[in-house]
Design a protein. Structure first.
Length: 421
């Protein structure tokens, strides 16, 4: 039993000053001045308590690339960032495209006992974009959603079938929307900074045109679609219009798309090489607006760890991606809440409640009697400088290294158990 005293509890619906008691794996009581003999008391005076954050989109690299990250290090990094549930993408080696591979991830997650790791299964066998993977078998073994993330599903016909198939199995389809014939071998956002740096550009339409296609296919299929890592003004607008006419589309963005512009590439910092690429100021403004008006449902990390040697290359040859699990909350809190763009309850919706609802995780995403006792305690007054040397992740490739941020995670409870962070 754990008793949180004097907590400022933040739910998507609002905030309250209260005590929270857990017993076993669930929250059993929420009221002021709870006394409970035998419970471990945590004084939360001056702290915020959120439902544990849920990351719909991260790369934990197991199996096959465990020099970059593995389930243990990734789930520890998740805890350090306040995440109690994370969904790992299936672009591993081999890809997670069958029930056996899904079961392996669930088993590893249980063995590690850190954040709950929920596997996302492939849309297509081997992520080849041709034949659909066995959605039913993967779901039976614990797949929470399907995605070919890292790669788009090039064929519209395959994508349409995948959306219908996902609907039949009640699985959410997470789309990496990219037209590879447009992005080609580009490495940064096409625009002034690409020209100035002499790096090959990726036109924004590589994302926006693919988002438009996927939205129309979901509309045709009457299926639900979740668009990953939205980064352009046009994508936000397409999704905003689609929602208005009743298409069942949701989407996510990542901290790097609202907190940074493609100015970051001018120093040839390979940690700023991300796909989709960091964009210009107009797009960053549109992402922030999309978050503020609710068009963007979720903040996910797209945590993409790489080994130092892999990123320590010429810009053209370094892999895409930044780590994000250990900085997402602070970046969002600093750049969105402290700037009064959104409220704390909105942040809870973006990082806990909405991911839970989109994924059908009915037992979490809120602090309520009967809900899973997954909670994160945050010190809103802490201010610190990001230092990747202290990261739990094997990946030190953080765009945010050296940034000054506010708000830090000071405690995490998973299924009623206090974790070391
Ligand atoms: Zn992706």
């Amino acid at each position: 039993m754990i008793l949180l005293k004097n907590a400022t509890v933040v739910n998507a619906g609002g905030m309250q000053q209260t005590d929270v008691l857990t017993d076993g794996e669930i929250i059993t009581r929420i009221a002021p001045n709870i006394e409970c003999f035998g419970a471990e008391v945590i004084d939360c005076d001056g702290k915020l308590v959120f439902p544990g954050f849920i990351d719909m989109h991260c790369h934990l690299r197991e199996p096959g690339q465990t020099h970059k990250e593995d389930i243990r290090s990734g789930s520890l990094a998740a805890l350090a960032g306040g995440y109690t549930t994370v969904c790992c993408m299936p672009n591993t080696d081999p890809p997670i495209d069958n029930g056996g591979a899904v079961a392996y991830i669930r088993k590893r997650s249980a063995e590690c006992g850190n954040a709950d790791v929920l596997p996302v299964g492939c849309i297509t066998r081997g992520q080849k974009g041709e034949e659909l993977a066995e959605f039913g078998h993967m779901k039976a073994q614990g797949a929470i959603a399907v995605s070919d993330d890292g790669l788009p599903v090039d064929s519209g016909a395959v994508m349409l079938n995948a959306l219908k198939y996902a609907k039949t199995f009640g699985l959410t389809l997470l789309s990496h929307s990219e037209d590879k014939s447009i992005s080609g071998n580009g490495v940064v956002n096409a625009g002034e900074n690409a020209t100035a740096s002499g790096l090959r550009g990726i036109p924004k339409a590589a994302e926006s045109a693919a988002v438009a296609r996927d939205v129309l296919l979901a509309e045709e299929a009457g299926a639900r679609l979740h668009v990953c890592h939205v980064s352009t003004a046009e994508s936000v607008d397409i999704i905003r219009q689609a929602k208005k006419r009743g298409v069942k589309v949701t989407c996510e963005t990542c901290p790097h798309y609202f907190a940074a512009t493609d100015d970051e590439i001018l120093s040839y910092n390979t940690n700023a090489k991300i796909n989709p690429p960091l964009r210009g100021e107009r797009d960053v403004d549109a992402i922030v607006q999309g978050i503020a008006d609710g068009t963007i449902d979720v903040i996910a990390t797209d945590h993409a760890p790489h080994h130092f040697d892999e990123k320590n290359k010429e810009f053209d040859y370094a892999p895409f991606g930044t780590v994000g699990l250990e900085t997402a909350f602070s970046v969002a809190y600093t750049r969105l809440v402290l700037t009064e763009t959104i409220k704390l309850s909105d942040l809870c919706r973006l990082m806990s409640a909405a991911p839970a609802s989109i994924l059908g995780l009915t037992d979490r995403g809120r602090i309520e009697v009967g809900a899973r006792a997954d909670m994160v305690i945050v010190d809103p007054d802490d201010e610190y400088t990001v230092d990747t040397a202290y990261f739990k992740s094997k990946g030190k490739n953080s765009l945010f290294d050296g940034w000054r941020l506010n708000g830090s995670v000071v405690g995490v409870i998973v299924k009623g158990e206090k974790k070391q962070i």
